[in-house]
Design a protein around this ligand. Structure first.
Ligand SMILES: [Zn+2]
Length: 242
C-alpha cells in the first residue's frame, strides 16, 4: 500500500493528540477537497492539515501545500456547534425530487469537512456536531427521502439570480447565523415548483452526494446517507425571477 503524505504541524498534532493524529494521517483523501481553493485533493497527497478550533469543537480540513500551511485557526466560542456552520465549507445543490407523486424542490447541503468535538479529541471522531446543532434548531433526523421531513421552518432564505441558470442561495438559522451561502445551478422547473409550493425541502448532512459530481440531480442523492438533518422551509417571496 502506498503511504499517503498528510502533513500535520506540531501545533496541530499537539491539539489533536496522538490517537487523532494517527486517525487523520490514515484518512482517505478520496473525494476530499482543499478547504481553501475547493479543488479536489491529490489522492496520495501531499496535503497539509488545517484545524479550526473554538471552545467546544474542532473541525479538520486539508489544503494543498500551495494553498496553506498546516495550522490551527481559532474561531470565536460556540462557532462550530451552534453559531455558524457556514464556517465549515459547504457544497450546495438544488434538485427536484419525487416525494410520492409530487416533484418537490430540494436544497441539499453537505459539508466538505469532517467535524469532531474537542471533548472527543483522543476518542473517536464525531461527525454529528453539525447535525445535532441543526436538530436542536428545529430540523429532524428522522429522514426517509421519500416523504418530505415533517418540521416546517420559517428560517430566512434568499434566492437571487447569479448568472444563467444559477442562483445564490442563502439560508440563515433562527439565531441569525448563516447556515449556507453559496451558488447552485437552479433549473426553471425548480424555481416553478418552489413558487408553486411556497416551500422547499432542506437536507443538510454528510455523504448526501459524491462531491465530485459537478451538477448533482435527484438521482445523485444518496438516500442511504445517515448523518443528515431535514426540514421543510417556507419560501416567502424568496425566489425572485431573474
Ligand atoms: Zn487548494
Amino acid at each position: 500500500m502506498t503511504s499517503i503524505a498528510i502533513h500535520l504541524s506540531t501545533a496541530v498534532q499537539e491539539l489533536l493528540g496522538p490517537d487523532n493524529t494517527r486517525q487523520v494521517t490514515g484518512t482517505s483523501l478520496a473525494g476530499g477537497r482543499c478547504q481553501d481553493c475547493r479543488s479536489p485533493l491529490p489522492l496520495h497527497g501531499p496535503v497539509n492539515v488545517v484545524v479550526w478550533q473554538d471552545q467546544d469543537s474542532v473541525v479538520i480540513g486539508f489544503t494543498h501545500p500551495d494553498c496553506g500551511t498546516s495550522q490551527v485557526r481559532l474561531l470565536p466560542a460556540g462557532t462550530l456547534a451552534t453559531a455558524a456552520p457556514a464556517a465549515v465549507p459547504m457544497q450546495l445543490a438544488a434538485v427536484l425530487q419525487n416525494h410520492g407523486s409530487r416533484a418537490l424542490p430540494v436544497l441539499a447541503v453537505q459539508p466538505v469537512l469532517q467535524a469532531m468535538t474537542a471533548t472527543e479529541v483522543g476518542g473517536p471522531a464525531d461527525r454529528n456536531i453539525l447535525v445535532g446543532a441543526l436538530a436542536a434548531a428545529g430540523m429532524t433526523t428522522d429522514i426517509d427521502f421519500v416523504r418530505a421531513p415533517e418540521p416546517l421552518l420559517s428560517w430566512p432564505v434568499t434566492i437571487t439570480p447569479a448568472g444563467p441558470g444559477k442562483a445564490t442561495i442563502c439560508v440563515r438559522m433562527p439565531s441569525g447565523h448563516l447556515l449556507v451561502d453559496g451558488v447552485a445551478r437552479l433549473s426553471p422547473a425548480w424555481r416553478d415548483a418552489a413558487n408553486r409550493h411556497g416551500r422547499c425541502v432542506l437536507y443538510v448532512g454528510y455523504g448526501l452526494w459524491d462531491p465530485d459530481i459537478a451538477t448533482p440531480d435527484a438521482h445523485s442523492l444518496n438516500t442511504q446517507a445517515k448523518d443528515v438533518a431535514g426540514a421543510r422551509l417556507r419560501l416567502l417571496g424568496a425566489t425572485r425571477r431573474g
